[in-house]
Design a protein around this ligand. Sequence first.
Ligand SMILES: [Zn+2]
Length: 175
Amino acid sequence: MHLTHPQQVFKFCPKCGSDHFRSKEDNSLQCDACGFRFYYNAASSVAAIILDEQGRLLLTRRAIDPFKGTLDLPGGFVSVDESSEEALAREIEEELGAEVLEYRYIRSYPNRYEYSGLTVFTNDAAFVCTLRDYTVIKPADDVCEVEWFFLQDVKLEDIGIKSIRTMVRDFIEHL
Ligand SMILES: [Zn+2]
């Protein structure tokens, strides 16, 4: 098992501090001292596939780690007590300053990557979106640049996050 896996990283019970915090088989750790059980699950996230009237795909340039400087789709993690649809609208507002007009769910893509010395598990939901106004787009938050690409010009290797790369590849292939 990789050194950054939660079962390797979490050595002490977060409730009582005991070092008898043991890995279980079902994506969890349990404390032998106080009985506390912790499950690590995939975090929900959303990604937006946005085309303009010329059929160009919007890709963002990541301003932050992980994968700083690589291309990405707009989107991010679903917050607690938030729906995926609400997260989609919020992230597009935060990252692009734009309002989602319509959206259509396609499918989801599981992913894992390392952040802060820990393997993070995600489940990334892909939505095709249209925006109310494309002229207002202004990159902000964890996006430093917005670029439009004709689909034949998209270089998949420039997309840093593996699940997003696969998402864009599938979208282009099955369009
Ligand atoms: Zn404990």
